[in-house]
Design a protein around this ligand. Structure first.
Ligand code: EPU
Length: 347
């Protein structure tokens, strides 16, 4: 057998939340062949699997009974280029921010608003990562995955990925069934930059920048993120812990009479999205803390590990926030972070 199965591996450094977590078995995956072997091994040994990309959106249990796959599939190919656009084929194990940096250096437009999002390229389509007015679905053309049961390698077009706000087919119909191996992107060479997000507009006016270049936009996104979100190198977090809830506009209209400064975004079809950060800020505040877990000092939607908190403590803290928001606003927040159970076959 070409792959090595390691036993009793400490996982805290493979996730951004930094909770202490151990896996019964771990395999490091550098090729599709190795992935197939690892899946066969898990099947023969009757253990569940868990795929870790950048570990930036998962909360692990103290002990995971099963096989953790550390997907390190690398590839950075230009598969087509003309004067208008470029098409890229990127391995699931590539680092997301490094890829964005490369596209900005080349002057290919689109991903600069998604700078500094932690995690891997393979994780990006799963929750359709988004920031500062852009969602990755706009630039993905197709996704390749390995079907865990049939072991077929399948390409799925973006139209079939059911992309939605922080959601896709990979969190739904294909949950536990697909391991993303490659992602194909198409980026324009000439396109309008997306500078309209409130906090970016504020940043540009503060810095006297009128017509930002792509590089200036990229730099602004990095600076705004750094000022609002914790540095995962020094503080454990998973970014936003909950999704911004989408609710019938009538419900929000009723709330706005009680809370006139509620932060909302009108959406199509009679729905309104509410800033969960604002709700949590009102319910418990920024920098609210219980033991070693708390809301971040600059952004209440982000839960941080002040050091040594277990996955269970973080879950308990998240439940407390959930109930405080429910009590105050009658809104039930949904976690954006994937909470993994101890022998979950979750991927
Ligand atoms: N707000 C508060 N108090 C807070 C936090 C936010 O009043 O403690 C208000 C802000 O002032 C703003 C509004 O709520 O008016 C929205 O806040 P922000 O612009 O920070 O964005 P967000 O909706 O909280 C989303 C994404 C982030 C992404 C930012 C920027 C979700 C769940 N989160 O946050 O993504 O970086 O927009 O585009 O959609 C992530 O998914 O992990 C993540 C960090």
């Amino acid at each position: 057998m070409a792959i090595t199965i390691e036993k009793q591996v400490e996982l805290s450094s493979y996730t951004t939340m930094g909770v202490s977590a151990k896996a019964q078995y771990v395999a490091r995956i550098n090729s599709v062949g190795a992935l197939v072997e690892a899946l066969n091994w898990a099947k023969n040994n009757k253990v569940g699997i868990l795929v870790l990309g950048g570990g930036s959106n998962v909360l692990l249990p103290r002990y995971f009974e099963g096989l953790v796959l550390l997907v390190g599939l690398k590839k950075k190919d230009i598969i087509h280029e003309d004067e208008y656009s470029v098409e890229l084929l990127i391995g699931a194990g590539e680092n997301w921010h490094e890829m964005v940096e490369w596209t900005v250096e080349k002057g290919w437009i689109g991903l600069e608003n998604l700078a500094l999002i932690p995690g891997s390229v393979g994780a990006a389509p799963i929750q359709n990562i988004g920031a500062y007015g852009v969602e990755v679905e706009e630039y993905i053309t197709s996704v390749q995955y390995l079907h865990v049961e049939t072991l077929d390698l399948i390409w799925i077009d973006r139209d079939k990925c059911n992309f939605a706000y922080r959601n896709s087919i990979f969190k739904d119909e294909l949950k536990n069934k697909a391991i993303i191996t490659e992602v194909q992107f198409k980026l324009p060479k000439n396109a309008q930059l997306r500078t309209d997000y409130e906090s970016l507009g504020y940043f540009f006016s503060q810095h006297g920048i009128h017509n930002p270049s792509q590089q200036q936009l990229f730099d602004a996104v990095i600076q705004v993120r750094q000022s609002r979100l914790p540095d995962i190198q020094t503080q454990g977090s998973c970014g936003s812990f909950f999704k911004n809830p989408l609710l019938p506009s009538e419900q929000i209209d009723r709330l706005s009479t009680r809370f006139p400064d509620i932060k909302t975004y009108p959406m199509p079809g009679g729905y309104t999205k509410v800033a969960a950060g604002w709700l949590i800020d009102k319910a418990v505040g920024k920098g609210f803390r219980k033991g070693q877990v708390g809301t971040y000092e600059q952004q209440a939607l982000v839960i941080v590990n002040h050091g040594g908190a277990s996955g269970d403590e973080i879950c308990e803290f998240a439940s407390l926030i959930h109930s405080k928001v429910l009590e105050m606003f009658k809104i039930s927040l949904e976690a954006e972070v994937q909470i993994i159970s101890k022998n979950s076959k979750d991927i």
